[in-house]
Design a protein around this ligand. Structure first.
Ligand SMILES: Nc1ncnc2c1ncn2[C@@H]1O[C@H](COP(=O)(O)OP(=O)(O)OP(=O)(O)O)[C@@H](O)[C@H]1O
Length: 315
C-alpha cells in the first residue's frame, strides 16, 4: 500500500526568482495524481523537492513521520527508498544494457544475490513488456521503450511512491495511451501513490484521481478530478480545456489590455467530463471513485453528456 505525501506551505526560489510559494496539498495514499501547469511553472522543481533533491526555502514535506525538508541526510537516504522515479528521458546509463540499467538500484542498495536480482529484473521487464530486449543499449531503442525501461528500473525496489516526470513527452498519442494504461495497471497492482507531471490534457482528464495546477508562482487548485473538470475558475477552466481565452497568455499572464479585449467574448461551455480510465482488468481500482460521485456529493451539476462511454477520451 502506498503512503501519503503531505506538503505544507512549500516555497522554492532560485536566487531572487520565486518558482512557487506556499504550496500545500496531500497526495493521498495509493491514489493517482496529476500535476499540470504552463511551461516553466516549476513542475519538475516540485518533483525534485518532493524527493529531497532540492531543498525548499520554507515549508514541509511529511512522509511517514519524516519531514523531507528538514531531515538529516541519513533520514533522507532512508525515505528515498520509498520512491521510484521515472525521469523524462528514462535517465538510462548509455553504456549499460537494459538489464544492467534495471538491475542497478538492486546492486547499489541491496545485498541480493545475482540470481535474486535476475528474477526481480525479469519480473519488472515483463511488467513493462520488454522481455527480449535485455541486451539492448539505451541508444538502440525507441524513446517509448526507454521510458518503459526507466519504469522497470523505478519499480525494482518496490516503491510506495511513484513519480513520473512528463512520461508522455516525445511519445505519439498511441504510445502515450499505452503508457497511461501501464501506469494505471501498476497502481492497481502495487497500490503505490502516483504523481504524474504532464502537459497532456487527455491524460489529466482521464487518468488521475486528483489534479493539481501550478500557475503564476502558486498552486492554483488541487483536488478530485471531477472538481477541476467542473470548475469555472478561469485559470483552471482555460488550462484543462486548452483554450486561448482566459488569463494565461503565450509567455505568462495576459496583461490588462488583453484581458479587457476578451471581456465580451463568451467562453465555450465546459465539455463533458469523460469516464476515468479503468485498469486492464476492467475492475475499478481501490482508490478510484465511481463516476459522478464527487459531483453528486458536492451538489455540482456536471456538464451535459458527462460520464457517457462515448465521450472522447473515455477509454
Ligand atoms: N537548478 C536550478 N537552478 C536555477 N534555476 C532553476 C533550476 N532548476 C530549475 N530552474 C528554473 O525553475 C523554473 C521552473 O523549471 P521547471 O523545469 O521546474 O519547469 P516546468 O514547469 O517543469 O517546465 P516544463 O513544463 O517546460 O518542463 C525555470 O525557470 C527554470 O529555469
Amino acid at each position: 500500500m502506498g503512503v501519503e505525501v503531505r506538503v505544507e506551505g512549500l516555497t522554492k526560489s532560485f536566487g531572487k526568482q520565486l518558482i512557487w510559494g506556499d504550496v500545500s496539498l496531500t497526495l493521498p495514499a495509493g491514489e493517482i495524481c496529476v500535476m499540470l501547469g504552463p511551461s516553466g511553472t516549476g513542475k519538475s522543481v516540485f518533483l525534485k523537492t518532493l524527493i529531497g533533491l532540492l531543498k525548499p526555502d520554507q515549508g514541509h514535506v511529511h512522509i511517514e513521520g519524516t519531514d523531507i525538508a528538514t531531515c538529516s541526510e541519513r533520514q533522507l537516504y532512508e525515505v528515498r527508498k520509498l520512491f521510484g522515479v521515472l525521469f523524462q528521458d528514462g535517465a538510462m546509463f548509455g553504456s549499460m544494457n537494459l538489464y544492467d540499467n534495471v538491475a542497478f538500484p538492486l546492486r547499489e542498495h541491496t545485498r541480493k544475490s545475482e540470481s535474486e536480482i535476475r528474477s526481480i529484473v525479469m519480473e519488472k521487464m515483463e511488467m513493462v513488456g520488454l522481455v527480449g530486449a535485455e541486451k539492448k543499449l539505451p541508444g538502440e531503442i525507441s524513446g517509448g521503450m526507454r521510458k518503459r525501461a526507466g519504469l522497470a528500473r523505478a519499480l525494482v525496489l518496490e516503491p510506495e511512491i511513484l513519480l513520473f516526470d512528463e512520461p508522455d513527452s516525445g511519445l505519439d498519442p498511441v504510445r502515450t495511451a499505452f503508457l497511461n494504461q501501464l501506469i494505471i495497471d501498476l497502481n492497481e497492482m502495487t497500490q503505490a501513490t502516483c504523481l504524474i507531471v504532464t502537459h497532456d490534457i487527455n491524460t489529466a482528464r482521464t487518468v488521475p484521481d486528483n489534479i493539481g495546477l501550478l500557475y503564476h508562482r502558486h498552486l492554483a487548485m488541487f483536488g478530485p478530478r471531477e472538481m477541476l473538470l467542473s470548475s469555472e475558475e478561469p485559470v483552471v477552466r482555460q488550462f484543462l480545456n486548452a483554450q486561448r481565452v482566459g488569463p494565461i497568455g503565450m509567455s505568462e499572464e495576459k496583461d490588462a489590455d488583453e484581458l479587457a479585449r476578451e471581456a465580451d467574448q463568451e467562453l465555450p461551455p465546459l465539455p463533458p467530463i469523460p469516464l476515468q480510465q479503468l485498469p486492464s482488468s476492467g475492475v475499478i481500482r481501490p482508490t478510484q471513485r465511481p463516476p459522478g460521485e464527487w459531483c453528486e456529493q458536492n451538489g455540482v451539476t456536471p456538464p451535459p453528456g458527462s460520464f457517457a462511454s462515448d465521450v472522447v477520451g473515455a477509454t
